[in-house]
Design a protein around this ligand. Structure first.
Ligand SMILES: Cc1ncc(COP(=O)(O)O)c(C=O)c1O
Length: 487
């Protein structure tokens, strides 16, 4: 007979392997600043991943961990290093790393039920509403993988509310040519979600942006009016509070008022910028987040909760339940805090049935940093972004694209002799970016602004220092001068 006991770990084995894993985490995190920020995976490793067959028999934990260190831990994405400025990826808060372990040890399904993980998630949602200023009464929220899913969730509620009968009849019957609006700079996940919801890409209007790359509300109003005249049905505006490209914040108050005027749902993608409401510099610009009908936020961006941790918030919690609820009778509950079933299940408010204990890492991070801790880090990152912009302005060979948007700085190498040659500028900056990315000293990415190629640094790492920013600038200038097309 099969010996089941060999798969059951003793307390001693758990401790022995666990302490080793903790040592590996400490060595990895502690050693990050001394390592290259990024190195591509070696080809022989990629080949091994592609070719190795499914293991027939099990492997001992020690060799498994050694293999992990050699083949996986040594080839990271790069975030976590103090000079990783790419995309919008923060390092994990270490308390969140341990929370992941603890959550996995408990391994509940947070679909619902009367167990602590459910109440932890409700508490996290309530705290996040408070942090944003989102109304608590009647609203609802839940943790999802990230803002792509959070926006899909919020936009699904928008569709349900604005197109009555859509659940029964489908878009083909009820849509009357339903239309949605995003800014030309809005994240692709907004369009993806709207396409999935059946709007069709032809019915997703891209509203032009102003010189700071923010949605133009005069254009939004004009396009909505025009759609009305043609007999179309404007359903939802998906605004951005911090675009991924430049950190632009759409004029939220103006968009809110236009939505209210036309009876259109007001959704905001606040994946990156939402937490900046804690800062003195952005509190006012972000105040209208509280007026959104639905909001997407990422705790795995500026709040350093390990991925994946997105949050969907919807002002009308009953509508959210209505949009998704399709539960077998054995898990339907009107909910109170007695018995097995507890409150209405999270799974009635979104797509997922079995749901992980994402809330624990968010809960521990919120408790560990507190509102003040987050405010301090965000203010610091904003100051570092100002410092970077200042260094760029002072440099004779660098050019700033526009004032920093949140903690994103877009700039390029533009020595006087290339200044009027758009093609050469694009070319030299592409080369520069690739050389810097592969060099290992710093890592940044790029964005297109009006068709031109710009370097882009996003600062959301509490380990980044003023010295790292200086080093980034000096390094870029030095590399630029060494390029064949440089001077
Ligand atoms: C502004 C913005 N919105 C939405 C998203 C998508 O969020 P996620 O990747 O968490 O699904 C991102 C991701 O980088 C983003 O930067």
């Amino acid at each position: 007979m099969h010996d089941r006991s060999k798969w059951v770990w003793t307390d001693e084995e758990i401790r022995r392997v666990g302490y080793r894993v903790v040592d590996m985490i400490a060595d990895y995190v502690g050693g990050l600043p001394e390592r290259p920020v990024f190195r591509p995976c070696p080809e022989d490793l990629i080949a091994r991943f592609a070719e190795r067959p499914l293991p027939e028999s099990g492997q001992d934990t020690d060799s498994l961990l050694e293999e992990f260190v050699d083949d996986v831990l040594s080839h990271p994405f790069g975030n976590g290093h103090p000079r990783f400025f790419g995309w919008v990826n923060s390092p994990p808060a270490i308390i969140g790393v341990f929370a992941e372990m603890l959550a996995a040890a408990m391994n509940p399904s947070v679909a619902g039920g009367n167990h602590a993980a459910v109440y932890v998630e409700h508490q996290v949602v309530r705290w996040m509403k408070e942090l944003i200023g989102f109304p608590a009464a009647g609203s609802m929220g839940l943790l999802v993988s990230g803002s792509s899913m959070a926006s899909l969730t919020g936009l699904a509620v928008a569709r349900h509310v604005k197109l009555p009968g859509v659940r029964q009849l489908g878009m083909q019957e009820v849509s009357q040519h339903a239309v949605a609006y995003v800014s030309a700079e809005g994240h692709s996940c907004l369009r993806k979600a709207l396409e999935l919801l059946g709007f069709g890409s032809d019915n997703i209007r891209q509203i032009p942006v102003d010189d700071r790359l923010r949605m133009r509300i005069d254009e939004l109003d004009r396009v909505i009016q025009q759609d009305r005249q043609y007999g179309h049905l404007p359903v939802v505006v998906a605004a951005s509070a911090g675009t991924a490209g430049t950190g632009a914040i759409d004029p939220l108050r103006g968009i809110r008022d236009i939505c209210a005027h036309h009876g259109v749902w007001f959704h905001v993608d606040a994946a990156y910028g939402g937490p900046a409401i804690l800062s003195d510099r952005y509190r006012d610009q972000l105040a209208a987040l509280r007026d959104a009908d639905s909001l997407a936020l990422d705790l795995h961006k500026w709040m350093s909760v390990p991925v994946e941790a997105g949050l969907a918030l919807v002002k009308d919690g009953a509508a959210m339940r209505d949009a998704f609820s399709l539960v077998p009778p054995y898990i339907r509950t009107e909910g109170n805090s007695a018995g097995v079933m507890g409150l209405p299940w999270f799974s009635e408010y979104g797509m997922q049935q079995t749901r992980g204990f994402r809330a624990l890492k968010a809960w521990m991070c919120l408790k560990y940093f507190g509102r003040d801790g987050y405010r301090e880090q965000i203010e610091r990152d904003l100051t570092l972004a100002e410092q970077l912009a200042g260094r760029v302005r002072q440099s004779a060979s660098l050019e700033l694209a526009l004032e920093p948007g949140l903690s994103i700085v877009c700039f390029r190498y533009a020595p006087p002799e290339l200044k009027d040659d758009a093609v050469a500028l694009n070319h030299v900056n592409q080369q520069l970016l690739e050389t810097v990315q592969l060099g290992g000293t710093a890592f940044l990415t790029s964005t297109l602004i009006n068709g031109a190629f710009w370097l882009r640094a996003c600062i959301i790492n509490h380990r980044t220092t003023a010295a790292d920013i200086d080093l980034l600038v000096d390094h870029i200038v030095q590399i630029a001068h060494s390029l064949p097309t440089g001077t």
